[in-house]
Design a protein around this ligand. Sequence first.
Ligand SMILES: [Zn+2]
Length: 292
Amino acid sequence: MVEKGETLTEGNELLDAYQALAQPRKVVYEQVNAAGIGCRSEVVLESLIAQLRAAIVGGIGSKGAAGDGKARLPFDAGALAIYDEIEDTSVAWLLEVDRRPPYESPEANLAAWYLAYSRMPNPAGVDPAGEAREREWVRRLRGWATRVQAMFDPPTRREVTESWREPIVDAFGVQRTKRKRVLEVVDGVPTARYVQEPQFRVTTRPARCPHCGERWAFNRDTGDRISALVMEFRLADEHDAEAGVVATFRSIEAACRFCTRRWEGRDGVRAMESAIDEHRAAEENEQTRGQA
Ligand SMILES: [Zn+2]
């Protein structure tokens, strides 16, 4: 016999997913001053849905009302689309478990929906589709939370480049050389002689994708040539009394904009970087052999 109010997902993932999206959160900030003394302060953050709504409203009216000191997203059609999707879905879910008319906000709808659902005799007890339905809810709620969080915390994007020794050539395409003084010890006597040394300039260029071999891709909207490989990361600052601030990654991934291959996490990105290094070393060997 399934008890009233029981939910199927382990550790009540449904409640966690609902709260993460629709309820205010209490966050503890830990700050360390120059003397190394830590101080904890609690801050209540609005729910992700409320933050999203504020960002949309602020974005629309922010042109004239800028300067209130609050961080505002630029008006973003994606933000509005997510908000509409959450709002419509919250009404549909509420009507699925309760006949009462929907409330004013998606948070209120979701609160009423969760309360009504948690008071129902577990639908999965009589309905084999109940568990699948609950998992689908968890998946949707988590998906929205991830998308909203990503909007407020955009990753830093950086092109993946490599340093490259480019031969300096003259107007005829011949590599320039430079006279260089070399000291040698001949029969115990230091002797100077001169050699002509090829000249290089060290530049950076887009790294070659280890998967498809391309250095460049094209921006679909503008047609501009862009580097193929990009890396996206979010930094987490860690305070260290001795070394100052040590930056670590909260998330990191890389992708090729030509072949869409992705490398996820630190291990993935490290594997990509060592593959790039191997290719570059092979290419430099090829270049050196070509000149010899
Ligand atoms: Zn590629």
